[in-house]
Design a protein. Structure first.
Lengths: 299, 305, 328
């Protein structure tokens, strides 16, 4: 009897859930844009060897600092020009996408595993476990990420693996915070209690009853943290204490171009825009997923 | 209120000690600190001498306790590179970073809160979309690259602002914008979300039913309640910003603590790095502690009863 | 005969929605004199709260509100600027809401909020506003009024908060007070106290009162006039006595059947209910909206429904001409 006109109206017009989801995804321009751009960048990174004949490491000291195609004196052989060592900028950009994506992916994976384990444990068990996890989150938040990452990478040496591990070990805080609160929300719902009542093991309850209901939030945080890791790697490499030369990292390219930005601003513009577009796409994807899957947005 | 303060204070102190332990153990991550100081060509006896001199031969916890008691009295040891007390080194640089941090957070708050309020007042309007656009851009923009772009445009092309240094107020404009823009999106979004939520609250309708003007409804009744989470976020962002000052200071060659951190990391000057990590953490801890107190004061549900 | 405080004629409220226009309120009319209590009765979504918000000028901007007449003490509310409406609200017309738990601002003390209600409309100092606040808290039955002023809403119980809301509405001695389900969120024992308080204050201050409710038991005790709304429409209205003694519309009869009468209703007896749900009001609404749930519906109910009048003020909207006292 207490049903309002609105809910009734909604009932009458409700199409299938799949159709609603489809409509919500395609009705969300940011999400569509994010997916499309990210797909293009991933394709460019995967097929880099097919898209450019150049080796990103090959130096050609005779053809240094060639400008990109839109400027006078450009070389059709080097569409985006060459850097101060004569390396093809397009090739470095394409192979650089691999570095950024790999770092983002693996750092998010490591931090996701750590943060999710901590957050789920804190949310599910509560009590002392929760106290300890909350305390660890506080400690982690208090540490200045850039500074600690720089220091550790400087001590251990700047290889790709080290950067990924350091970022992975530093960026788990948001996973833990979000997972903890998500699990807290579903922990005492009827169906979880029901599973407990019929004697399911804790492991089974967490994996089968709780995780499927919080996985949306997990994916959203994972995308946002991936963008975060990519930005941080670029910043570390830019400061000269991340991935080491001659690896084609976008942050490193900006750092190398910085010496000559007075005369050749495109040297920092190209990798900078690439970095910006990649991070933008991932963020839009994450924000979009959150909007689309948020239960309060239904209808 | 007293209980609340004491609890938060206890937590803050515990966090500080844990961070100090972690930043101290950094020294031992590299393996043998003595050989690192001695350099690559040092003989075994040199390394042994350095080990004894710096006390690296003692147990880890003893060294930590020693360092911690020193730190508590303001003594962070000698800088390996600059050969002066670390405390003195940092003391000289800290004011620049603090100034930058205050400017940055002020810039962020002054732009983000009005934008967030305006966006919430008219969802989906032009101003809302502009605010959203600015925040999406800000979140994707690498701040070091943004800094370089500003230098290219305002220093090289237009010649309005000095590209580096810290001698006049003009030197602080671009760093402030870069640092502030980093913190702005989150504050803007939270202000907008908070205002939207609060504007739907029943007490806002009550205020309107009393005959309060829209301005009064917005600023006296809504913002006061929406600002509570923003205070915490601003404190967190301020802590992050000081930690992130390392990037901004190195781009603009501002000789603050962040720049010092970059120099000391590049030069393997571990005592300085340890001290800086501890000090930047301490800033974050103090800011969040203060913001909790401010929040408790702003929200009578915590303050009273 | 005194001039009515409020005169509403053919009030409609439309809400544009993605799926079409929702005709939430369709052609309401009633009038109210000083000292009278009008009860608007209906289930959730019948448009009764929207009607009261429309009178206060508090509808959200997305909603479209039209009326042939919307007069308050000789002032045409349709033509008032937002500024003029603001001057009326809280001063000459005041409103009490359903949710006392959330209707007070958690950031300010009771005293601040009470005094604001007066100071927005009267050029009085803090001391005077404070004195008035204490006076009214006393009036609504709050003891130790002085010490309550410095308390925050979260320190008070629901019943006390609703008393504070009432005091706040009365700060400027309004001519019209609208109470939108003021007791729904409260415990049953408190409900009775608050209603008694409202009724007493209304008589004492000689206000006109609109009480929006879905509780006919409440209506029976304090109403002078009753408007029964269904799906955005007045299906029946008249003096309280007429409505209770000679209900004509099948919906009103259905509602009355749902109230147990002490001494008459036997233990375990079926209390009656109205099966079904309110139809969608999106798009054009034709015929009687109640026909899908009505026992006596006919094919003709899908077309225009006549407005019938019996006696002086008693009006209902049904194709059946029901005899007074017909079996229900």
């Amino acid at each position: 009897m207490a049903r309002t006109i609105e809910t009734v109206a909604e009932d009458l017009r409700t199409p299938s859930p799949a159709a609603i989801l489809r409509k919500r995804i395609f009705g969300h321009y940011g999400l569509v844009f994010g997916i499309a751009v990210l797909a293009i960048i991933v394709a460019l990174a995967l097929f880099a060897p097919l898209l450019t004949p150049h080796d990103p490491y090959a130096q050609d000291l005779m053809a240094r600092m060639k400008p990109p195609f839109w400027m006078a004196g450009s070389d059709p052989n080097h569409l985006l020009g060459t850097d101060y060592l004569g390396r093809d900028y397009l090739a470095r950009l394409l192979y650089g996408a691999r570095i950024s994506l790999a770092i983002g992916l693996f750092a998010a994976l490591i931090s996701g595993l750590i943060g999710t384990a901590m957050g789920v444990a804190a949310g599910y068990f509560g009590g002392r476990v929760d106290l300890v996890v909350t305390f660890l989150i506080n400690v982690r938040l208090a540490m200045p990420v850039v500074l600690v990452a720089l220091a550790v990478v400087a001590i251990l040496g700047g290889s790709l693996q080290v950067v990924v591990c350091v970022l992975g070990l530093l960026l788990w805080d948001r996973f833990a915070v979000v997972m903890r609160s998500s699990v807290l929300q579903v922990r005492d719902l009827e169906y979880v209690n029901a599973a407990r009542a019929i004697g399911c093991s804790t492991r089974r309850i967490i994996l089968r009853e709780i995780m499927p209901n919080v996985v949306n939030n997990l994916i959203v945080v994972a995308t946002l943290e991936m963008a975060h890791a990519i930005l941080l790697e670029a910043a570390l490499s830019f400061l000269g204490l991340g991935v080491q030369p001659p690896t084609p990292s976008w942050g490193l390219m900006i750092s190398e171009g910085k010496q000559m930005m007075l005369f050749e601003p495109w040297l920092i513009a190209i990798p900078g825009v690439a970095l910006f577009v990649l991070v933008l796409a991932i963020n839009l994807l994450g924000d979009g997923l959150r909007d689309v899957t948020a239960p309060e947005n239904r209808g | 209120m007293l209980m609340f303060t004491l609890k938060r204070l206890g937590l803050a102190i515990l966090v500080t000690f844990t961070v100090s332990l972690l930043s101290f153990s950094l020294l031992f991550m590299s393996g043998d600190p003595a050989s690192a100081i001695a350099g690559e060509n040092a003989s075994a006896t040199d390394i042994e001498a350095i080990r004894a001199l710096y006390g690296f031969d003692r147990p880890f916890l003893v060294q930590y306790a020693d360092w911690l008691f020193g730190a508590l009295s303001g003594d962070f040891g000698q800088s390996y590179y600059f050969r002066v007390p670390v405390a003195q080194l940092i003391g000289e640089r800290l004011s620049t970073t603090m100034l930058l941090g205050v400017c940055g957070i002020s810039f962020a708050l002054v732009t983000a809160i009005p934008l967030g309020v305006a966006a919430a007042m008219r969802p989906n309007s032009l101003i809302d979309r502009t605010a959203l656009f600015l925040s999406v851009m800000g979140q994707a923009m690498p701040s070091f690259w943004f800094g370089l772009v500003l230098i290219v445009v305002f220093s090289i092309q237009l010649g309005w602002l000095p590209p580096s240094g810290s001698s006049t107020w003009k030197h602080f404009i671009m760093p402030t914008v870069v640092l502030g823009y980093y913190a702005m999106p989150a504050i803007m979004r939270l202000t907008r979300a908070g205002m939207l939520e609060v504007l739907n609250a029943d007490y806002i309708r009550t205020a309107r039913a009393k005959g309060a003007s829209e301005t009064r409804v917005m600023f006296k009744h809504a913002l006061r309640n929406a600002v509570v989470p923003v205070v915490s976020l601003a404190a967190v962002q301020m802590g992050f910003m000081l930690g992130g000052s390392i990037v901004v200071e190195s781009i603009f060659a501002l000789h603050g603590a962040g720049y010092l951190a970059w120099e000391s990391i590049a030069r393997n000057d571990l005592p300085t790095v340890q001290a800086l990590i501890l000090i930047f953490s301490l800033f974050y801890i103090v800011f969040t502690f203060l913001s909790d107190l401010v929040n408790a004061w702003l929200d009578p549900r915590i303050r009273v009863g | 005969m005194s001039e009515p405080v409020l005169k509403v004629d053919n009030l409609t409220i439309d809400i544009p929605m993605a799926q079409g226009t929702l005709h939430a309120v369709r052609g309401i009319d009633f009038e109210l004199k000083r000292g009278e209590t009008l009860c608007i009765v209906g289930e959730s979504g019948s448009g009764k709260s929207l009607t009261s918000l429309a009178i206060m000028g508090l509808l959200s901007k997305k909603m479209r509100c039209n009326a042939a007449r919307l007069d308050f003490s000789g002032i045409d509310l349709r033509k008032q600027s937002p500024r003029a409406m603001r001057a009326l609200r809280g001063d000459r017309m005041a409103m009490i809401f359903q949710e006392p738990m959330t209707s007070l601002n958690p950031a300010y003390t009771i005293g601040d909020q009470l005094m604001e209600a007066l100071q927005l409309h009267r050029p009085v100092g803090r001391a005077e506003a404070r004195a008035r606040a204490i006076e009214l808290l006393g009036k609504v039955g709050i003891t130790a009024a002085e010490s309550r002023l410095s308390q925050y809403p979260h320190q008070l119980s629901g019943g006390l908060r609703q008393r504070v809301m009432i005091a706040m509405a009365l700060m400027c001695e309004p001519e019209l007070i609208i109470a939108d389900e003021p007791t729904t969120a409260l415990d049953v024992t408190i409900q009775a106290q608050i209603l008694r308080l409202l009724a007493d204050l209304q008589r004492e201050m000689n206000m006109a009162m609109i009480l929006v409710t879905h509780d006919l038991g409440v209506v029976a005790r304090i109403a002078d006039k009753v408007v029964v709304m269904y799906a955005g429409e007045v299906v029946e209205k008249g003096s309280a006595r007429e409505i209770f003694e000679n209900p004509r519309h099948p919906y009103t009869r259905g509602l009355l059947r749902c109230i147990p009468v002490p001494g008459k209703t036997k233990p375990g007896e079926h209390l009656g209910s109205i099966p079904g749900i309110v139809p969608s009001l999106i798009g054009k609404v034709e015929g009687c909206a109640f026909r899908s749930r009505c026992d006596v519906a006919e094919a003709a109910c899908a077309s225009d429904v006549p407005v019938r009048r019996t006696g002086e003020d008693h009006m209902y909207r049904c194709i059946h001409e029901v005899q007074a006292g017909a079996p229900s």
